[in-house]
Design a protein around this ligand. Structure first.
Ligand SMILES: Nc1ncnc2c1ncn2[C@@H]1O[C@H](COP(=O)(O)OP(=O)(O)OP(=O)(O)O)[C@@H](O)[C@H]1O
Length: 603
């Protein structure tokens, strides 16, 4: 079973808990024997004379009271000792098993996180972010709890049940059939429960996933939900997901609640049967009263043992589903992987890098349309290469392939002649200053967010980068300046400000190549122009790849690649493309007047 496998990695702790539980079982099983001795020798009057030990004293005319009293105290003391021992051992076993469970949980979370961080977008989408979160929290907690329970109960229950059976055999085999009958009834009840609750337990995790997914989507898109007055719709959607989960949980909880009284009934019937048939033995003189009391206790111990095993066997399949869900994630190899012996690439070299696309085709999914078809171009060091095209033409996809978030389906992308797949991802990405289309900032301060690009950057470098990104003015105007707080996701700054900070984060790196994925569109024309004017001096020598929607942004680029439906429609300077590329001409004319275009081309 999946969950048991996790315990296999902590054999030492499991062995220790087993030893502690074995000793505890010894203590617990000793108590009924001692009770029976107290009843038979210390308290009971009937049959005392028949006991060999006492018969001799009696015959010799010895007063039995002090002897019985001393015996009572001695056995009573032993009982206390056994009870105290059992308690201490229980606490120790509980401590070790909880610790082991927590370690299993921590290790699982760690492995899961490391794997998910290595995933490309493709794998994240395959599982969905919401499901990955449920797997890392709810599923891990479930496994952790079940592991602790297995250590404490599942290991203990058989020890107790077997010990009980041995003691029953030793003390009173004649009534053994009652115990067999009771155990059969316990298992019958558990089997019925198993049949009805197991399928529901199994789907529970998927339902939790769904609730998380709906909640997450609603929280992320709250402003859209409000703007379109769709609160009612979203509430219903959430309610439907939540109600399904509630119904399933209600069913399983009711079934479990039904189990307890049924088990109590079985136990009480067993006690009655033992007293009924045992009393006849006592009356016939074939059984001691104390033995009867001990027998009842052992019968309860056996039934409890079986009950615990049954309960946990219902929990185990659910934890197994959780274990399977985690294994799915852990067994998914990231599609983008480092090679065995990566070619070295220097990220700290002052010069830019040559980035070449050689007949690259790419599709996001095996059965989807190609996002890029036979794309070829080269971005030379020290130059600016712009990529323009209508929405959905594959511009961002090109940048993602350069960053190696995905590998091309056909063809190759090379960096200074080396295929990206031959480089280590860390080395490769250290060469780039990437500005994503959708700016993202982390919770912290302005400074911590800019230094995210280069941990060693000092204040002067950070200010310099902010200045080039036209962000210094508004940062200084904020209370706290560089130390001004940034909320999670950068929600406390405007979209354009967020984008400028995101640019400064890439600029401060002073990388060998800048990858600007359509980030200029979030800026107003004036700021766009100011940033572009300051950029050449800052990025001198580096390669600049600039995805843009506005023709004005790319006018001065050394080379422009025009994309149309994933294909290269033309490559050249603005002036060349105006002549030769109808697609480019169409985009350009839709945005600028003939005069502006002529002016730009001459620049
Ligand atoms: N994660 C994805 N899974 C599947 N298809 C995708 C994914 N991302 C993009 N696509 C598809 O790939 C094609 C190219 O997308 P891409 O984002 O590169 O376009 P773009 O030119 O950058 O567009 P825009 O200017 O609107 O940002 C589109 O048809 C898009 O639907």
């Amino acid at each position: 079973m999946g969950v048991i496998r996790f315990l296999g990695q902590h054999k030492g702790a499991v062995a220790l808990v087993m030893l502690l539980l074995l000793l505890k079982a010894g203590c617990e099983l000793a108590i009924p024997v001692l009770t029976s001795q107290i009843v038979d020798v210390g308290i009971a009057q009937s049959g005392v004379e028949d006991l060999d030990v006492l018969a001799g004293y009696k015959a010799a005319g010895v007063d039995l009271f002090p002897i019985q009293m001393a015996y009572l105290l001695r056995i009573g003391g032993l009982m206390l000792l056994a009870a105290a021992g059992s308690m201490v051992l229980d606490v120790a076993a509980g401590f070790v098993s909880a610790r082991t469970g927590a370690k299993i949980g921590r290790d699982l979370r760690r492995r899961l996180f490391a794997r998910v961080v290595a995933f490309s977008d493709a794998e994240i989408n395959q599982f969905s972010a919401a499901s990955l979160i449920t797997r890392g929290t709810n599923d891990v907690t479930l496994i952790q709890n079940v592991c602790t329970m297995v250590m404490r109960m599942v290991l203990y229950a058989p020890i107790l049940a077997i010990g009980g059976v041995v003691m029953v055999m030793v003390t009173n085999p004649q009534l053994g059939w009652i115990v067999v009958l009771a155990v059969a009834m316990v298992f019958a009840v558990i089997a019925v429960l198993f049949r009805f609750t197991l399928p529901r337990f199994k789907i529970m995790q998927t339902l939790i996933d769904r609730v998380n997914l709906v909640a997450r989507e609603m929280l992320n898109g709250l402003s859209v939900v409000r703007a379109f007055n769709r609160e009612g719709f979203e509430e219903n959607r959430f309610d439907a997901a939540s109600r399904k989960l509630r119904d399933t949980q209600l069913f399983t909880n009711r079934a479990m609640a039904f189990m307890m009284p049924t088990m109590m009934l079985v136990m009480n019937l067993t006690s009655v049967a033992i007293v009924w048939f045992g009393a006849q033995g006592v009356a016939a003189g074939t059984m001691q009263t104390g033995d009867l009391i001990a027998f009842i206790t052992y019968a309860m111990v056996i039934i409890m043992g079986c009950l615990i095993m049954g309960m946990v066997s219902i929990m185990l399949p659910r934890a197994d589903v959780a274990a399977q869900r985690l294994s799915e994630v852990l067994a998914t190899e990231p599609t983008v992987r480092d090679p065995e012996a990566p070619t070295r690439v220097r990220s700290d070299a002052a010069a830019g890098v040559r980035i070449t696309f050689d007949d690259v085709s790419f599709r996001y999914t095996d059965d989807g349309d190609p996002a890029l078809s036979h794309v070829s171009f080269t971005a030379e060091p020290g130059t600016t290469l712009a990529i323009v095209g209508p929405t959905g033409s594959g511009k961002s996809t090109i940048v993602k392939l350069i960053e190696r978030f995905y590998d091309p389906t056909e063809g190759s992308v090379t960096l200074d002649g080396a295929d990206l797949r031959a480089l280590s991802q860390a080395d490769l990405r250290a060469c780039f200053g990437y500005v994503p289309q959708k700016a993202f900032l982390f919770e912290g301060t302005v400074e911590s967010n800019i230094a995210y690009g280069d941990e060693s950057a000092d204040e002067a470098a950070i200010r310099g980068a902010l200045e080039v990104a036209c962000a210094l003015d508004f940062v200084e105007a904020r209370e706290g300046g560089l130390s001004a707080p940034i909320a999670q996701g950068g929600d406390n700054v405007s979209g354009g400000q967020r984008q400028r900070l995101s640019m400064a984060r890439a600029l401060v790196r002073r990388p060998r190549a800048y990858l600007f994925d359509d980030c200029f569109s979030a800026l107003d024309y004036a700021t766009d122009a100011r940033v572009r004017a300051a950029l050449p001096a800052w990025a001198a020598g580096s390669t600049v790849i600039l995805v843009a929607q506005r023709i004005s942004t790319v006018l001065a680029a050394d080379r422009i690649v025009v994309l149309d439906e994933g294909r290269v429609a033309g490559v050249g300077t603005h002036a060349e493309l105006m002549e030769s590329c109808p697609e480019y001409r169409e985009i350009a004319l839709s945005q600028l007047s003939e005069e502006e275009l002529a002016e730009g081309g001459a620049r």
